[in-house]
Design a binder for this molecule. Structure first.
Ligand SMILES: Cc1ncc(COP(=O)(O)O)c(C=O)c1O
Length: 401
């Protein structure tokens, strides 16, 4: 038996972080690289939020706090759920953790027993299957289709249900596809879920505010209040408020689950950073107008990227409703040879050649469980996106075979 736990052998390091790291290394070695791999807004945290953190430090809010969140933050979250999602969560039904990822981790580790199945639509955010595996669960991956806009269909959801199904992880707008579920899309799924009374829903709403063209965001319990007793509605400040480094995520759900998550957190991180919690109070209670303004900027970038990619030979790129990602198909580039001589047999070959030969870093679809695609994050400057998409067009135009 080795020294490192067997459970770690079941998971891999985040491929998105690996791509960003490789791009950084190439840059440090003097190569001209444009990184489109990272999943964080290029905007800065607004000043009023920064000031709240500085004030918290000056006021001595620098000690341990209640394990799953200070009352002021739980109150702000409760009001956010009521204001934006028509959901009624009392403070005892709210958990705050060190980022949305941590909240998901707490929820899954607090509930999974060996062999429990978790339905995860693909393409999926890379951390879902690995957290399930770490918790001893079994990810049940359900592939979606480009022709369905990468959305899970009620038929596919029904077919994936087994007596061992414990959770469905639902993510709209999606990382990596940007697909977002309308009220009608979601109702078709919640109808299926209402027939499976033992199955819980983990709704990852972290991209809620990044939707375009008047798209109306909805979350499962809003669409089907009958699911409230078995849904965890998760969200966080990372994406909407450009606060990825502050590490605050939260969720609303049944008190029994929230209590179990608190127990787990009490024996790991104790509490999220006191200073970040005070900044999150300001984020949720303060001015919200900048969110829509920034979403407009993202929309312009999405349109630019979709249009330029659809002009590239062999690529086909749907126009997603939300988040800051696109997920183009590279199917027509497969079995071709890059100018540098690499045979493109997989989407990983495609992104490796693109990085080495044109200096554009994107993430291969296999990392998100659906090939042959790749993910572009357009949370970067318009100039960089134009240059990167121009290079992708040049790369695709020069493929042979
Ligand atoms: C779909 C999705 N959920 C959750 C997270 C976690 O965000 P954080 O831990 O920064 O709150 C991310 C971050 O990339 C994400 O893309």
């Amino acid at each position: 038996m080795g020294f490192i736990a067997d459970s770690l052998g079941r998971i891999s390091p985040s491929p998105t972080i690996a791509v960003s790291q490789k791009a950084r290394e190439l840059k440090a070695a003097g190569k001209d690289v444009i990184g489109l791999g990272a999943g964080e807004p290029d905007f800065d945290t607004p000043d009023n939020i920064k000031e709240a953190a500085i004030k918290a430090i000056r006021d001595g809010q620098t000690k341990y706090t209640a394990v799953d969140g200070i009352p002021e933050l739980k109150d702000a979250i409760s009001r956010k759920f009521a204001r934006e999602n028509n959901l009624d969560y009392a403070p005892a039904e709210i958990s705050v953790g060190s980022g949305g990822k941590h909240v998901l981790y707490n929820a899954l580790l607090a509930t999974l027993n060996p062999g429990d199945e978790v339905i995860i639509p693909a393409p999926y955010w890379v951390s879902y299957p690995d957290i399930v595996l770490l918790g001893g669960g079994v990810p049940r991956i359900v592939e979606t289709k480009l022709s369905d806009g990468f959305k899970l269909t009620p038929e596919a959801l029904e077919a994936a249900m087994t007596p061992k199904t414990k959770w469905l992880i639902f993510n709209s707008p999606s990382n990596p596809s940007g697909a977002a579920y309308s009220h009608a899309d979601l109702k078709a799924l919640t109808d299926v879920l209402m027939r499976h009374e033992r199955v819980w829903v983990l709704s990852d709403d972290i991209y809620e505010h990044l939707v375009y063209d008047g798209f109306k965001f909805v979350t499962p319990v809003e669409v089907e209040p009958g699911l409230r007793t078995r849904t965890l509605t998760m969200n966080g400040v990372s994406k909407a408020y450009a606060m990825t480094g502050w590490r605050i995520g939260y969720a609303g759900g049944p008190a029994e689950l929230i209590t179990a998550m608190r127990k787990l957190q009490s024996q790991s991180t104790s509490n999220p950073s006191s200073i970040s919690q005070w900044s999150a109070v300001e984020a949720l209670n303060g001015p919200q107008d900048f969110i829509a303004e920034r979403a407009e900027v993202f929309k312009g970038r999405r349109d630019l990227v979709v249009s330029m990619l659809n002009q590239a030979n062999g690529l086909s790129c749907p126009r997603p409703e939300g988040a800051f990602y696109v997920y183009p198909s590279a199917a027509d580039c497969m079995a071709k040879r890059s100018p540098g001589g690499r045979l493109l047999e997989t989407d990983e070959d495609f992104v490796t050649a693109l990085l080495e030969e044109e200096g554009v870093a994107v993430v291969h679809g296999a990392a998100f469980g659906l090939s042959p695609f790749f993910r572009i994050s357009y949370a970067t400057s318009t100039e960089a996106l134009e240059e990167a998409c121009g290079r992708i067009q040049r790369f695709c135009a020069s493929l042979k075979g």
